[in-house]
Write a protein that binds this ligand. Sequence first.
Ligand SMILES: [Zn+2]
Length: 215
Amino acid sequence: MAYRFIFLGAPGSGKGTWSAIVSRRLALSHLSTGDLLRQEVAENSELGQKAKSYMDAGELVPDELILALVDKKLGEANGFILDGYPRNIAQAKSLEEILEKNKISLSKVIYLEVAEDELVRRITSRVVCLNCGATYNLQTMPPTAAGVCDRCGSKLIQRQDDTEDVFRVRLDAYKRQTAPLLAYYEKKGLLHRYKNDGAQTEEGTEDFLKLLTKE
Ligand SMILES: [Zn+2]
């Protein structure tokens, strides 16, 4: 069955991790707009070139461009998980037009609920490798040797974005944009909430899959 999901959740709520697990288990395409953009840029496609001009200028990639990307990928995918899109009501409405055009509909919208203090704890324990892009979590997925990347041996750092003050600002912006999305999908009867305590156990995974695939 070609399931079509949207995963909503704050930064650090586990959207990426769950998307990876579920897309593998249910044979779905994992459509993360951030990853897709980077991929288009790497392939130097027409879309990628346009996106790069904004990124190089330090500007946000405009909505129309992201939409064109989603449109292209939805057309190619059989079933999918949208991770990081839509971010606001305007994008949700554009997405609806694309779905209608392709004569498909969403199976479920999953909201990954995590307590705010837990999000802050998760994000502030994140360290990254600036050389190869690997991400580690000092609590849940620490590097083998403290402060050193397992993959390439470079020094690990905490990104400026991942300090508590900066993260709280991001979280507030996220909440302003996303609260209306929850209401939007709730009204359509598509919204399901999942309390994501962060333990990616076998049992947790089966529970989550059950929520996704239940009629
Ligand atoms: Zn590295």
